[in-house]
Design a binder for this molecule. Structure first.
Ligand SMILES: Nc1ncnc2c1ncn2[C@@H]1O[C@H](COP(=O)(O)OP(=O)(O)OP(=O)(O)O)[C@@H](O)[C@H]1O
Length: 321
């Protein structure tokens, strides 16, 4: 992973976010069930979970918009909503709302006023953030913005106070591929300086920029840690094999009989390569190669792919249901 290293965790550096036994109940329904979460200062942290898993509820507790029913949450060692914490946080919701008659510049200037930034700092930061989010040349009022433009402005607004902790609720969900790439690059640039904690359903984004993840399932942490560890621990030896031979039809015909092959699909419609899901990547690669050789076929490609974060996510979430 590129970018500056995050600071080593020592006893003197409080985690950016720490929850212990965090519980939220709506009536009889337990939405968060003794959630334990620790987010290292300076890291980029992906907060994952199916619809309704409790991600937004956790974020709302961290922002002191909702009170927990039990347990505790701390931000850099302080209680959410406390005077120590408020200046340290930037937040962007999934659908940021703005006064429709304002321009992007006015929105940012107003945000700078809320944080009582000195005039010079405010002027410089507003200009930098307009540039950074590609809104510098936009004269239009926010009311006429697309969802993607609103999301970029929301991100700029969340950065106005140079926060130590940036909390984002699905930051790339409304963006086109260029906007998405720009936001992911921005998040990468913040690594080491600002802790970025973001919820998302877009697992390729997480694999691209996050150091650590937590997968939430029914209000509990089903897995947490560095991405590679989570993948290795919960993905096991399972994975996919991409196989391309001189006679794909023959290969396709013989594979369903093999108990070590779980599924067979075309890599792409009309492609000569097949994708096999297997339980044991190494063992199955050897078996496929042997089968192909024994039939006198040519093997053009045999490519093992470890279980993706998406495989792990689907398994854990389905197991928790
Ligand atoms: N004010 C509320 N009253 C009752 N139930 C609520 C309230 N807010 C949230 N819930 C319930 O809590 C559960 C968790 O919701 P939450 O919005 O935290 O999930 P989420 O993981 O953010 O989901 P999504 O990915 O769909 O945004 C849901 O079942 C939701 O219906």
């Amino acid at each position: 992973m590129t970018g500056p290293k995050r600071p080593a965790r020592t006893a003197s550096v409080a985690p950016a976010i720490e929850t212990r036994g965090l519980t939220k109940q709506y009536g009889a329904r337990r939405v968060l069930d003794e959630l334990d979460l620790s987010v290292d200062a300076g890291s980029v942290f992906g907060f994952l979970g199916a619809n309704g898993a409790g991600k937004t509820t956790t974020i709302r507790i961290l922002l002191a918009l909702v009170r927990e029913t039990g347990g505790s949450a701390r931000i850099f060692g302080h209680a959410p909503g406390s005077a120590e914490v408020r200046p340290l946080i930037g937040y962007c919701p999934d659908v940021p709302g703005f006064a429709s008659w304002m321009t992007a510049r006015e929105v940012l200037e107003q945000a700078a006023t809320v944080f009582q930034l000195p005039k010079n700092t405010s002027r410089r930061r507003v200009a930098d953030l307009l540039d950074l989010t590609g809104l510098a040349d936009t004269r239009a009022k926010v009311g006429g913005y697309s969802r993607g433009m609103r999301q970029r402005l929301g991100l700029a607004q969340a950065l106005i106070n140079s926060p130590r902790l940036l909390i984002l609720d699905e930051p790339t969900s409304a963006l086109d591929p260029m906007g998405r790439r720009a936001v992911l690059e921005l998040i990468t640039e913040l690594r080491g300086k600002t802790t970025v904690f973001f919820s998302t359903h877009l697992l390729p984004d997480v694999e691209r920029v996050c150091d650590d993840v937590a997968i939430l399932s029914s209000g509990r942490v089903a897995a947490a840690g560095p991405i590679r560890e989570v993948r290795a621990r919960f993905g096991g030896a399972r994975g996919r094999l991409i196989v391309e031979t001189s006679d794909p039809a023959l290969l396709r015909g013989m594979l369903p009989d093999k108990p070590w092959v779980l599924t067979v699909e075309d890599e792409e419609p009309g492609s000569r390569a097949l994708v096999l899901t297997v339980d044991d990547l190494e063992e199955s690669a050897a078996r496929v190669a042997a089968e192909i050789a024994s039939r006198g076929e040519r093997l053009y490609r045999l490519e093992p792919r470890e279980a993706s974060l998406e495989d792990v996510f689907v398994d854990l979430v389905e197991a928790g249901r």
